[in-house]
Design a protein around this ligand. Structure first.
Ligand code: KIV
Length: 271
């Protein structure tokens, strides 16, 4: 079954904002997940660096490498026809020098088939780097608020923009990023009112995660919404399914049946 419509494009996303049509974005790191999200008609497939924590077992996103990101982006590309594929630039792949940032952003497009890249942060140097990547002809999605690559500076995964000063920084960063040419902006981990103000201020779409209902779109980590593991989830995660108990029981049944010799029965054998 496929619920797909037309191919999602960057101008199309802006049109969705103008029409008040909410944008859906989910993470994908592999071929079957990309096929699933595309069949449902999810607008943006983000090959997030959350890959590091969700499927590679790292403690945080900092160790993720360009090679790992490209490997998984290629798999997503093979499973996705309609959705827009965005590759997440890993820590230190962009925030060192513009030349390296353009080269790495270009690898997502040329070697892995992504249609845009996402960069976390909005410091002066990052905004300059984003401007240079955009001028090189690569579409960039911004990401501000709770930016997991700054886990140590933030002292953990903490909600941002709660006091007037930090809210002002976020508000101004959003405008600066739009001026630098980004096509969409992820707002993560911030109060609803602030995300609403930012969304109203910008002509590009905002995509929220833990930023309330007023953003132009919403993103979640697919493994979280499917309940793929039993680990504790942040407040903003809604588990639409709890796959873990079913998967656990299935694997347990396989183990039991093999140990007792009841699998494979004649039904599953070439007698
Ligand atoms: O890496 C990621 O999955 C992300 C989203 C949660 C926005 O950056």
């Amino acid at each position: 079954m496929s619920l797909s419509q037309d191919k999602v494009t960057i101008p199309g996303l802006r049109g969705m904002k103008q029409k008040g049509r909410k944008i859906t974005m989910l993470t994908a790191y592999d071929y079957p997940t990309a096929m699933l999200l595309d069949a449902v008609g999810i607008d943006i497939l983000l090959v997030g660096d959350s890959l590091g924590m969700v499927v590679l077992g790292y403690e945080n996103t900092l160790p993720v490498t360009m090679e790992e990101m490209l490997h998984h982006t290629r798999a997503v590309k093979r499973g996705c026809k309609r959705g827009l594929i965005v590759g997440d630039m890993p820590f230190l792949s962009f925030n060192v020098k513009s030349e390296l940032a353009i080269e790495n952003a270009g690898r997502f497009i040329k070697q892995a088939g992504a249609e845009g890249v996402k960069l976390e942060g909005a410091s002066e140097s990052i905004v300059m780097i984003i401007r240079n990547i955009v001028q090189a002809g690569i579409s960039v999605m911004g990401h501000i608020g709770l930016t997991p690559q700054m886990i140590h500076q933030m002292g953990g995964f903490k909600i941002q923009g709660k006091d007037p000063e930090s809210a002002k920084v976020i508000f101004e960063s959003a405008q600066r990023l739009q001026d630098a040419g980004i096509f969409a902006l992820v707002l993560e981990g911030m109060p609803n009112d602030l995300a609403k103000k930012v969304t109203e201020q910008l002509s590009i779409p905002t995509i929220g995660i833990g930023a309330g209902p007023h953003c132009d779109g919403q993103v979640l980590v697919t493994h979280d919404l499917l309940g793929f593991s039993e680990s504790a989830k942040p407040k903003f995660v809604k588990e639409y399914a709890s796959l873990y108990p079913g998967m656990f029981e299935a694997v347990k049944s396989f183990k039991q049946e093999v140990l007792e010799g009841s699998f494979p029965s004649d039904e599953y054998s070439y007698c």
